[in-house]
Ligand binder design. Structure first.
Ligand SMILES: NC(=O)C1=CN([C@@H]2O[C@H](COP(=O)(O)OP(=O)(O)OC[C@H]3O[C@@H](n4cnc5c(N)ncnc54)[C@H](O)[C@@H]3O)[C@@H](O)[C@H]2O)[C@H](O)CC1
Ligand SMILES: [K+]
Length: 480
C-alpha cells in the first residue's frame, strides 16, 4: 500500500533529516529531481529541451528555493530560465545565487506577464507544505496568466496540502513533483495535481507509519478472492442482498448483479424483487423475505428497501444476524433517523456504511466539509463502523483510525445506480472474510476502475459498470 503522510509529519521528518545532512543538500536532491521532470515535460513538446523557455514562479520559502535550484540545473541543459520573484526581499538567497551563476535571470512580478506568455513550461514554486489558504492576489494574478504546461513543486500552490481543498484561486498542474513522501493533497486533489512523481530524498527512514494509505493494484489482487481446488459455491462466502422493491427492482438487480460479477461465491437475494432478480441473474438463489433467506456470511442492505416500517424491520433483522453488514442508501437514512435500530447489532459484528455527502449529513448532522478524512474518521468513531465516504476521491475510514483514499479514474460513477453496484462489491468481499476496511477500500478501487473501463471516455450506466467488473479485475491482476 502507498503510504501518505500529513505535512506536520513530513516537516518533523525533514527536520530530523536536515539535522544530519549537509546544509542545502536536501534541497539540491529535490531540485535535481524536479529539473529532470521539467526536462521530461519539455521533451514531450515539440523542439526538445535545449533552447526552450522555462519560467519559475518563485515564492518566499523553500518551495521557491527548490524551483530556483532546479532552474540552475535546467540552465546546464540549455534551457532559458527566468524566475519571477513574488517577494524579492524574501527569495531563497542560495537558490537565487545558484540560478544567477548558471546564467538564469530573475525579474520582479511586475515583469512576470511578459515572460509567462512566452514560456514553454512554468514551474510553480509559489508555496509548498507551508501553504495556508488559496493563492494570494499577486500569485493568483500571475498564475491566471499561465497557458503553458505547469510543473508544480511539491504540490500545486493554493491547494490545501492536508485536505486537498481547492476552493479558491490555485494552480492546476500537468505534473506535480513531490519530495520524500506523498502528502494528502496528492491523493485527495488528483485533478489539481495532474501526474504525481515522487522524488526520493532519503526521507522515508525518518517518517514512521503513514497517516493515510492508497491501495495499489497488487494490494487488491492479493486479497480479491479467487476459487481454489478446495473451494465450492459456499466456501468462498455467501452474500445476501436485501435491496429493491416490487416497484423499484432496479437497485436489487444492480446490487445483486455486482455481487455475482465480483466473486465466485454464492449470492442470495431476499426481497420483493425476487422474480426480476432471478430472471436477470439465474445464478442467484432468490426469495421473497430476509427471514427465509438461508445462511449467509455477510449482508448488503438498503438500496431501494424504503425507509418505512418494513424497511426498518428488514434492517433490524439483518443487523441481528451476527454477520458483517454493508448498509447503504435507505438503510443509512433509517440508521440516521432511528439509531436505536443498531441495538440489534452485536458490537463485534463489522458494519460498513457507504454514505454520500447528503447521507453523511443525515448521519452526522453536518456536511463532510473540506477535510473529508477527518469527516470520515469522525463518523467511523461515532458509529463504530467502517465509513466509505463517497466523492470524487472516496475516503474509507475504520473505527481504529486507518484511512484509505482511493485513486479515482475519472467521474464516470456519477450515474444512477452506481452506489448499488458498489454495495454489491463491498458485500461480496465481506462475505469472503476480508477485513472490512480493506474490503471497502478494495471495492471502491475496483468500482472506480470499472467505471472508467465501462465508459471508455463516453458516459456509461450502472448496468455498464456491472458488466465491466470482470475487466477491471483482470486489469488489476495484470498490472499487479
Ligand atoms: N526542509 C527542506 O530542506 C526541504 C524542503 N523542501 C521544500 O520546502 C517547502 C516548504 O518550504 P517552507 O519554507 O516551509 O514554506 P513554503 O515554501 O511552502 O511557503 C513559503 C511561504 O509562502 C507563503 N504562503 C503561504 N500560503 C500561501 C498562499 N496560499 N499563497 C501564496 N503564498 C503563500 C508564506 O509566507 C510561506 O512562508 C516544501 O514544500 C518543499 O518544496 C524540499 O522538499 C526538500 C527539502
Ligand atoms: K508549489
Amino acid at each position: 500500500m502507498q503510504g501518505i503522510w500529513t505535512t506536520a509529519r513530513i516537516r518533523a521528518a525533514e527536520d530530523r533529516l536536515l539535522a544530519v545532512t549537509p546544509d542545502g543538500e536536501l534541497m539540491r536532491r529535490a531540485a535535481f529531481g524536479l529539473a529532470t521532470q521539467v526536462s521530461a515535460v519539455l521533451a514531450e513538446g515539440a523542439g526538445g529541451v535545449s533552447g526552450r523557455r522555462a519560467v519559475l514562479l518563485v515564492g518566499s520559502g523553500n518551495n521557491g528555493g527548490d524551483a530556483l535550484w532546479a532552474g540552475a540545473f535546467l540552465r546546464r541543459r540549455g534551457v532559458a530560465v527566468t524566475a519571477v520573484l513574488l517577494d524579492p526581499a524574501k527569495t531563497h538567497a542560495a537558490g537565487l545565487a545558484a540560478l544567477r551563476r548558471s546564467g538564469g535571470r530573475a525579474v520582479s512580478s511586475v515583469d512576470g506577464p511578459q515572460w509567462i506568455s512566452r514560456a514553454d513550461v512554468v514551474v510553480d514554486g509559489i508555496v509548498g507544505i507551508s501553504a495556508r489558504g488559496p493563492l494570494r492576489p499577486e500569485a493568483a494574478r500571475l498564475a491566471g496568466l499561465v497557458e503553458a504546461p505547469v510543473v508544480a513543486v511539491d504540490l500545486p500552490s493554493g491547494v490545501d496540502p492536508d485536505t486537498g481543498a481547492a476552493d479558491g484561486p490555485h494552480v492546476t498542474a500537468t505534473r506535480t513533483v513531490t519530495f520524500g513522501a506523498l502528502k494528502p493533497v496528492h491523493a485527495l486533489a488528483p485533478q489539481e495535481c495532474g501526474e504525481v512523481v515522487l522524488v526520493d530524498i532519503g526521507l522515508r527512514p525518518s517518517l514512521g507509519e503513514p497517516d493515510l494509505y492508497r491501495l495499489e493494484p497488487a494490494d487488491i489482487a492479493a486479497v480479491w478472492p479467487v476459487p481454489g481446488p478446495g473451494d465450492d459455491k459456499y466456501s468462498q462466502g455467501v452474500v445476501g442482498i436485501a435491496a429493491g422493491s416490487a416497484t423499484y427492482p432496479g437497485a436489487a438487480v444492480l446490487a445483486s448483479g455486482s455481487a455475482v460479477q465480483a466473486t465466485a461465491g454464492m449470492v442470495r437475494y431476499a426481497g420483493h424483487a425476487a422474480d426480476v432478480v432471478r430472471a436477470r441473474w439465474p445464478e442467484i438463489v432468490a426469495t421473497g423475505s430476509v427471514t427465509d433467506a438461508g445462511r449467509v456470511q455477510a449482508w448488503v442492505v438498503g438500496p431501494g428497501i424504503g425507509t418505512g416500517a418494513e424497511g426498518r424491520e428488514v434492517l433490524r433483522h439483518i443487523l441481528g444476524q451476527d454477520v458483517p453488514v454493508c448498509a447503504d442508501a435507505d438503510a443509512t437514512t433509517i440508521i440516521a433517523h432511528t439509531p436505536e435500530v443498531l441495538d440489534a447489532r452485536d458490537p463485534d459484528t463489522p458494519l460498513v456504511l457507504t454514505p454520500h455527502a447528503g447521507e453523511y449529513e443525515r448521519l452526522m448532522g453536518r456536511r463532510p466539509g473540506v477535510d473529508r478524512v477527518a469527516a470520515a474518521r469522525e463518523a467511523a468513531a461515532k458509529y463504530d463502523a467502517v465509513v466509505l465516504l463517497k466523492g470524487h476521491c472516496t475516503v474509507v475510514a475504520a473505527p481504529d483510525g486507518r484511512v484509505a483514499v482511493n485513486q479515482p479514474h475519472g467521474s464516470w460513477l456519477a450515474t444512477a445506480g452506481s452506489g448499488d453496484v458498489l454495495t454489491g462489491l463491498v458485500g461480496s468481499l465481506l462475505a469472503a472474510g476480508l477485513d472490512p476496511w480493506l474490503a471497502a477500500a478494495a471495492a471502491a478501487q475496483v468500482h472506480s476502475l470499472a467505471g472508467a473501463l465501462a465508459a471508455e471516455d463516453v458516459p456509461t450506466s450502472a448496468s455498464g459498470l456491472v458488466a465491466a467488473i470482470p475487466a477491471a479485475l483482470r486489469l488489476i491482476r495484470a498490472v499487479a
